[in-house]
Every structure is written in structure tokens, then in C-alpha cells.
Design a protein. Structure first.
Length: 392
């Protein structure tokens, strides 16, 4: 798979999609139609001026821009490989970030080493920025470990599956940071679906009251599995911050430069004692919610195609080419690196042990339980039946 084809990769369309498109909901307010959306790069790769946020990327060099592009391409390549591995039975599940690379790389590169990051389960690009080996992310999805890395080694917490709960952890941690007198910040990631969780509302309340140095980074990919954002809120998500007494800003989540600038601004506010900020990265989930989901059942083709035209990777490539910041040699070398990453990830996963099928029965009760023992015996008999069939 080449870098060009990786960057332009489109989800496959299931049979019958067109005939049912009229029954599905189409999301609204695409980037470019919202006057409050912070955007520094248009989908065509044109650099826009912004009086408030330009200073946060004013010193960025061509080498750093190429680095952002490299981050997004390699993150997408890893994500594509993980999706393929799940389809081949090597992973139990995978949550793709396809389309959200700019939001994650831009915000991830805005953090300092001493900042602490609380992700959900889709922040593969942020993990990349924090120096977590991509293969470590896959052990949990294969069922062979509970995370695969030491959170304190990279100040990057383990993936959180319970929707929205990590915002409470982040708020508590940020309150501790403030009490310790440190000048670092905390950033918590969550999606538009999680924004409706009570844990998130509670986090907003506590962070505001205690002026916690935390940035709430919401990747609004417009679909909480099959529910569009308009079914959850009557106002843009970033405006919710007003009710809690701290700033909210909406940024074009497909614009890596804007995401970098806005997140730097929000983190600087936190470090300087100005309290929390809500950043809504308005982006789009170009693939499925997870590999167990079929978005063609609830999402129109026209909507997805409109957002594919705003692809974050192609957007930055157009800018690099128009500004003469990258040549064909750079793209060719990156293509080679991308393929090497794919091979490394594939080989690493296939070298992992099979999950312990009986681990699920351990530690359910402190002293054991008759029902668990019965279920374990039933499952053992079920597993044995496959061996019996193979023997025949």
C-alpha cells in the first residue's frame, strides 16, 4: 500500500448502500460553513491568517510541517494494518481513527513531555506522539494484556473503555498538579458521544470550581456509533463550556495546523493558572465506529464523500507542495517507511501469544463462586468440542 493510496484510502461501500441512503441521517455544519470554526489550512491547502492563533504556529519550520505530515501518514498506515489484522482474526476488535489524524497529531504534538494525557480507546495518533510503540496498543485488542505500557513512562494513561470516565481521572490528576505547584497541564480526550455522559458534566463542574489545569479535547466525529450529534445537543458542543464558566473553542479537526495552534493556546492557559478549556475538534469518522459496526446502515454515502474531500492528510500535502516544503523524494522515502511500519506491526501481532480463553473467569469474585465454576466448566466443554471435531 503506497503513501498516496493510504492517504486517500476510502472505506469500502457495502452492497445496497445506495438504495437505502435516503433513510439515513446526514450530519450538518461541515467545516467552512461555521464562522466560529478556527481554520488555518483550507481543504485545498491554502494557508489562512488568524489574528488570535497564528502566533502559536508562527515559528513552525518546513521540517516540522513535514514531521506533522509523516506523523499522520504513519498513524493512518498503522491504523489500516490494525483493521486488516482484525479482519484476519488476529485482533478481537479495533477502533479506527480514519479521518481523525489531524485532530490527534495536532493536539498530541502540542503537549509537553511533562504534561499528562488521558485517552479513550481511539487515540492511536496521540499515543504515537507520546512515544508509545504502536504494537503495544494491539495487545489489549488481542486480549493478551490490559494495556501494554507503563503510563508513567510516557505520561500517557492506559486506554479507557468506559465512556467518559477518563475525564474524571484527568480532572482529579489536574487538581493534584495544581496543589503540587507544577506548571504542567493535563489533557483529556473524549468523543461527541461521551459528551452526553454524566461523568463529563461532573468533570466540567469540578475543573471549573477548582480551576484545574486541564484541557478537555472533544473529537466531534459527528457519530456516537449510529447516533448523530444533533440527537444529543441543540447547540455546538464547545458552547457547553459557557455554562460551566470556562472557554470553549471549535477548531477544524481536519486541519492539523489549527489543532496544533488551538491546543497550544489551551495548554498554555492551563499551565499559567487560567483553568480549564474545552476544545471541540470538528472532524469526521470516515470509517466504522469499530470493526463490529456497519456505518452504511445509518450514514449516507454523500455525507462521507463530502468529508473525504476534506481529508486531513491530503490537505497538508497540498500545502507542502504549493509552498515547496516537500519534494517527491520526501514522499517516496515516507512511502518506504510506511510499508516497513505495516510489516513490523503485522509481524509483531502474529508473534503475540493467543489469549488465555479462561482468564475471563479469574478474579470475578474474591473467594470464587459456584456459578462462575459452572460457567467455566461449560466453556471448557465448548472449547473441547472443537478438538473433538478436529480429531475426526
Amino acid at each position: 500500500m503506497t503513501v498516496e493510496s493510504t492517504a486517500a484510502r476510502k472505506p469500502r461501500r457495502s452492497a445496497g448502500t445506495k438504495s437505502t441512503a435516503g433513510k439515513r441521517t446526514t450530519a450538518k455544519n461541515a467545516p467552512g460553513t461555521d464562522p466560529e470554526l478556527v481554520q488555518l489550512l483550507t481543504p485545498e491547502g491554502e494557508r489562512l491568517k488568524n489574528a488570535e492563533y497564528d502566533k502559536y504556529v508562527a515559528g513552525i519550520t518546513p521540517d516540522e510541517l513535514r514531521g506533522l505530515y509523516r506523523d499522520m501518514v504513519l498513524t493512518r498506515r498503522f491504523d489500516a494494518e490494525a483493521t486488516a489484522l482484525q479482519r484476519q482474526g488476529e485482533l478481537g476488535l479495533w477502533a479506527s481513527l480514519l479521518g481523525q489524524e489531524a485532530a490527534q497529531i495536532g493536539s498530541g504534538r502540542a503537549t509537553r513531555e511533562d504534561d499528562y494525557v488521558f485517552p479513550t480507546y481511539r487515540e492511536h495518533g496521540v499515543a504515537w506522539c507520546r512515544g508509545v510503540d504502536p504494537t503495544n496498543l494491539l495487545g489489549m485488542f488481542r486480549g493478551v494484556n490490559n494495556g501494554g505500557w507503563d503510563p508513567n513512562s510516557n505520561n500517557f494513561h492506559l486506554y479507557t473503555i468506559v465512556i467518559g470516565s477518563q475525564t474524571l481521572h484527568a480532572t482529579g490528576y489536574a487538581m493534584g498538579v495544581a496543589k503540587d505547584g507544577a506548571d504542567s497541564a493535563v489533557i483529556a480526550y473524549f468523543g461527541d458521544g461521551a459528551s452526553s455522559q454524566g461523568d463529563v458534566a461532573e468533570s466540567f463542574t469540578f475543573s471549573a470550581v477548582y480551576n484545574a489545569p486541564v484541557v478537555f479535547f472533544c473529537q466531534n466525529n459527528q457519530w456516537a456509533i449510529s447516533e448523530p450529534t444533533e440527537k444529543q445537543t441543540r447547540v455546538p458542543l464547545y458552547q457547553r463550556a459557557q455554562g460551566y464558566g470556562f472557554p470553549g473553542v471549535r477548531v477544524d479537526g481536519n486541519d492539523v495546523l489549527a489543532c496544533l495552534a488551538v491546543t497550544r493556546w489551551a495548554l498554555e492557559r492551563a499551565r499559567s493558572g487560567e483553568g480549564p478549556t474545552l476544545v471541540e475538534a470538528y472532524t469526521y469518522r470516515m470509517g466504522a465506529h469499530t470493526t463490529s459496526d456497519d456505518p452504511t446502515k445509518y450514514r449516507a454515502d454523500e455525507e462521507r464523500e463530502a468529508w473525504e474531500a476534506k481529508d486531513p492528510i491530503l490537505r497538508l500535502r497540498r500545502y507542502l507542495e504549493s509552498a515547496n516544503h516537500a519534494d517527491e523524494g520526501f514522499f517516496a522515502e515516507l512511502e518506504t517507511e510506511s510499508e516497513a511500519l505495516g510489516r513490523r506491526v503485522r509481524e509483531a501481532v502474529r508473534a503475540m501469544p493467543d489469549p488465555d480463553h479462561f482468564a475471563i473467569f479469574e478474579n470475578v469474585y474474591a473467594d470464587g463462586h459456584a456459578l462462575v465454576d459452572e460457567e467455566r466448566a461449560q466453556f471448557a466443554a465448548y472449547q473441547a468440542s472443537f478438538a473433538d471435531e478436529g480429531g475426526h
